[in-house]
Ligand binder design. Structure first.
Ligand code: FE2
Length: 195
């Protein structure tokens, strides 16, 4: 899921470019299809081979383009709670984070939803962008991660301001390539909606 988000974020970042776009959409598609298969059967060598390339491609996306503040927010989380695996932290933040971003800058979410094989419904771009959130929830469920929760890892709501400030202070560079500029209050509201 870390690789999946490297590609999603690299596709959304303002520093996206044609080379990273191609690799991002390909790896998003491969991960959506093959990660559930590999989780289901660790001996599925075809699925794992596809994922090996998808993960490599997503790493190239991260280098050609960039991750965005979803990653800053996760690093703050596992800095204060080092027992939270990075991928799990990203999953727990993702629905809240990308729902907010999709409401502000829907355009590129539609491409990502299509790469995930989602049917695109809705008259407006904002409505269509929700297809990505549907696909994301489905993928999380398909790999058995739908029950992850911040409170399950001992994260408390009164830490939200500290986490938000840490994300913006220590990894502020990623906020600068976000497709929508988040305020401290908005970062706090994204964390809050994860509980
Ligand atoms: Fe990562």
């Amino acid at each position: 899921m870390d690789a999946f988000f490297h590609s999603v974020e690299g596709y959304l970042a303002t520093v996206n470019q044609p080379g990273s776009d191609v690799l991002a959409l390909q790896s998003i598609s491969l991960i959506t299809e093959n990660l559930p298969k590999a989780v289901d059967d660790g001996n599925n060598i075809e699925a794992r081979t596809a994922l090996a390339w998808a993960s490599t491609a997503a790493g190239i996306v991260e280098s050609l383009s960039s991750c965005i503040s979803h990653h800053s927010m996760e690093h703050a989380l596992s800095a204060y709670h080092p027992d939270i695996p990075h991928g799990a932290g990203l999953i727990m933040l993702s629905v809240s984070y990308f729902s907010f971003m999709a409401s502000k800058v829907p355009d590129r979410f539609v491409d990502i939803a299509k790469a995930m094989g989602e049917e695109i419904n809705g008259a407006t771009k904002e409505e269509q962008a929700i297809s990505f959130i549907k696909g994301l929830k489905k993928l999380i469920k398909n790999i058995g991660m739908e029950d992850l929760s911040l409170s399950g890892f001992g994260v408390k709501e009164d830490e939200i301001e500290k986490l938000s400030r840490n994300a913006m202070d220590t990894m502020g560079g990623l906020f600068q390539v976000d497709p929508y500029k988040l305020s401290l209050e908005e970062v706090m509201s994204i964390y809050k909606n994860c509980f």
